[in-house]
Design a protein around this ligand. Structure first.
Ligand SMILES: [Zn+2]
Length: 327
């Protein structure tokens, strides 16, 4: 679906087949000499069809099209190298650029796999995910040279709009949003989503991703936002949602802490199995493997946060990490 939200600003809904997120919101800021496409969808036929169809309907001259990737997740930049105009730019935040613009993205998966094994994730489940995790298979082709870093404070003037880059690390190390002060419009990407909670997980180049995310949320709370344009689904009440997300994580942090206190010495995998999840499965054993992977990443982000706050300690014991209350 294609919709004009403001003069020269369009929302293109890109379907994400078999994905619980359902849709990605791609946004086009259309200008005479230059247009900017915010996010693209997976490198998958259904996404390609929807995105390219909308761009041709809008008669966008691809030779003038740059892509603004809010973050490195494959549902956001999977098609960036295909859709970007010849010799044009793909913008990414610095912390994500690191993984996208080099062979390090393979390194990323190696580091993640090693860490997940340390956290007690079963080896056979990791092997299964190599072929089934969409993030591993529908990401962009990475050997193109036109990635460019977008830094907080950088500006774009396109289609009569002034857009400023705002750093929003947390969901990924280099997530970037766009702020249009004049209209009070914030492109919130996956930093602030409304009927889904943005996944906060461990990253090799972010020590305390949850702490970083919470800081970004607090900073975003100070913007006088009238309309927000999220990466998925619909928008809602901006400040209300930020407060909800803050208290959601506060609650999750104390839940994680009580699980560690109740039975010291568990791995992250075991701790994740005791946390509450909004997933339709009878018990932890019946969780789909991909959901276990997300759950363990999220539990780990909460444990990293608790370790940083000296409420929990991590010890290494015969090749796995175990967690104890801080005493
Ligand atoms: Zn997303």
């Amino acid at each position: 679906m294609l919709e004009e939200l403001l003069p020269n600003i369009y929302r293109i809904q890109v379907p994400l087949p078999n994905n619980p997120l359902r849709m990605l919101n791609s946004y086009l800021i259309r200008g005479k000499d230059r247009s900017l496409l915010v996010d693209t969808g997976f490198r998958q036929p259904e996404c390609r069809e929807a995105l390219f169809g909308a761009l041709s309907k809008l008669q966008v001259n691809r030779d003038t099209l740059d892509v603004f990737g809010t973050h490195i997740h494959s549902d956001h930049i999977g098609l960036a190298p295909e859709v970007v105009g010849h010799g044009r730019k793909i913008y990414l935040g610095a912390g994500d650029f690191h993984w996208a613009a080099s062979d390090e993205s393979n390194l990323y998966w190696n580091i993640m796999d090693e860490r997940f094994l340390l956290e007690g994730f079963p080896q056979e489940d990791l092997a299964y995910l190599v072929h089934t995790n969409p993030a591993r298979n529908y990401g962009p082709e990475l050997d193109l040279p036109n990635y460019t870093i977008a830094r907080g404070g950088d500006c774009f003037d396109i289609g009569g709009h002034h857009l400023e880059v705002v750093d929003a690390p947390g969901h990924t190390p280099g997530m970037v949003c766009l702020w249009m002060e004049e209209d009070g419009v914030m492109f919130t990407a996956d930093h602030i989503l409304y009927d889904i909670t943005p996944n906060i997980t461990m990253w090799p180049n972010m020590q305390n991703s949850l702490g970083t995310y919470l800081e970004s949320l607090q900073r975003f709370r100070t913007y006088p936002v009238k309309q927000s344009l999220p990466g998925h689904r619909e928008e809602g009440n901006y400040v209300g949602r930020i407060d909800e997300l803050l208290s959601h994580h506060e609650h999750r942090v104390s839940e994680t802490e009580s699980i560690v206190t109740a039975r010291p010495g568990m791995t992250t995998y075991e701790i994740a199995g005791k946390m509450t999840w909004a997933i339709k499965a009878k018990n932890w054993a019946e969780f789909p493997v991909i959901q276990k992977w997300f759950a363990v990443g999220e539990a780990l982000a909460h444990l990293d946060y608790l370790c940083e706050q000296r409420r929990v300690v991590r010890i290494e014991d015969r090749g796995v990490h175990r967690y104890l209350p801080f005493s």
